[in-house]
Design a protein around this ligand. Structure first.
Ligand SMILES: [Zn+2]
Length: 175
């Protein structure tokens, strides 16, 4: 019942399409430079700017990627599991170059899950920090979770490669 998004990356003329969404390739240095400029101008709240931009974009994109009908069925019919949808989205994420995403804990009843990201290139570009820097990913996970759980969700990064951890870890829960 659940669509597989496995190889849904196509180049159509001058258009790159990722799971039905128009996409593009950006260098990691470019992304990190943009983030550091936002930090320089905005100051302490820089992460929230990036987090909110991603959260809103992904919340809109997920129903298009998964299929509005499928998400609607999810709400009414528990036979399609949220976990299966998340696993499919993880398969798609793992083709984007943002690192290796794994679901490490999933609690559907309490609308709570934990993911880890290994080999994430963005925090590797940063000098050592005392706070997480992956607001881009946290926003993606919050937006996807809001689309799938159909309620306001929040994502907090609790471990980050930029802080010296082996991988980044994110907790996603009800807001
Ligand atoms: Zn991180």
């Amino acid at each position: 019942l659940v669509k597989k998004f496995g190889n849904d990356l196509t180049f159509d003329g001058a258009k790159t399409i990722i799971a039905g969404q128009r996409g593009l390739l950006l260098s990691i240095k470019n992304i990190v430079n943009q983030q550091k400029e936002i930090e320089r101008i905005v100051g302490h709240g820089w992460g929230e700017v990036i987090y909110e931009a991603e959260r809103k974009a992904i919340k809109e994109a997920v129903p298009q990627i998964v299929g509005v009908k499928e998400l609607d069925m999810l709400l009414k019919n528990s036979k399609i599991s949220k976990k299966a949808i998340i696993q499919n989205l993880i398969g798609l994420f793992n083709q984007t170059g943002l690192g290796l995403l794994k679901l490490s804990e999933f609690n559907e009843k309490n609308s709570y899950f934990i993911v880890t990201v290994e080999n994430s290139p963005i925090p590797e570009e940063y000098e050592k920090r005392d706070a997480p820097v992956c607001f881009h990913l946290a926003g993606i996970f919050a937006g996807a979770a809001e689309a799938i759980f159909m309620m306001p969700m929040i994502c907090k990064e609790v471990k980050c490669v930029s802080m010296g951890h082996q991988y980044c870890e994110f907790k996603i829960m009800k807001r």
